[in-house]
Write a protein of this length. Sequence first.
Length: 333
Amino acid sequence: MRNRLLSMTLAELSEGHPGIAQFIASTDARPSRRLDSWLDSLDENRLSDLGMDRERVLEHLEILAAQVQTGETEQRVRSLTILGGHDKSGQPENLNLMLKTGDVLCIVGPTGSGKSRLLADIECLAQGDTPSGRRVLVNDAPPEPGSRFTSHRRLIAQLSQNMNFVVDLSVGEFLFMHADCRRVKNPETVVADVIACANELAGERFTADVSLTQLSGGQTRALMIADTALLSASPVVLIDEIENAGIDRKKSLDLLIAKEKIVLISTHDPILALMGSRRIVIRNGAVADFITTSEAEKANLSILEHIDQGLMDLRHQLRMGRRIETALNWTLE
């Protein structure tokens, strides 16, 4: 396939290949130029701007072309299994945990106990080559070596507590670019759905023409949760301490579960911790305990959600510039 690509013009390559068209458009290259000639013309400064050498550029274009030609779809993940490694003292970790689509697992433990390390192991599909020594299986088997570090077909999406955009695009431009890369049908509808969904999760609404860099922290996380649920094909979502993001946590989880994602949440928040059917406790860098959410905890969750809704209402009043002078008389019924 490589020789055929090299003999094609950039215009021919772009036709029917949205990813290639977008990549080439970003280089300001002449469409009539052949790929081999264009590659030869790239100087070191241009290659530095692209962040790749000539071989990497060609490999990148080959991958994009193969995705379209083969109708490549993301791997269907039925289960994710985490096998124990060792704790910070080198003692074996007793862990053999299988998660299936629709599962929500919460990860709790003191600051510095190793919650983020567990998420990092899952994100890179660790194979005993991380500080914890854990291994992660996909559908009861080790992942293909090439799938662990590839930039496409990512199985894992991560949403962290510190997320900020640096790219100078509007919300709409970013989402249309993502939709184009995903080759979705009816991108206008999908983009509108993502923005509407994000506004349901965020405290302050925004529109498609707002710059990404102008979004608040809560708006950014709301947008990425909506994007992950409605546009991203990643079947596994890792969420790292988003309780202070200023978004509707229950709606966020319900949205991800409805899209049959496997969701893992590292949290100190009792509401998030009790939303999952199970939670694991991390101590000294290893899983120390498994807890299944009890009926009594589910009853307490209802009370906590009631209190939380009252607090959200108060936050909304503050945002609207209103006074909070009415006597608070919340009931727990």
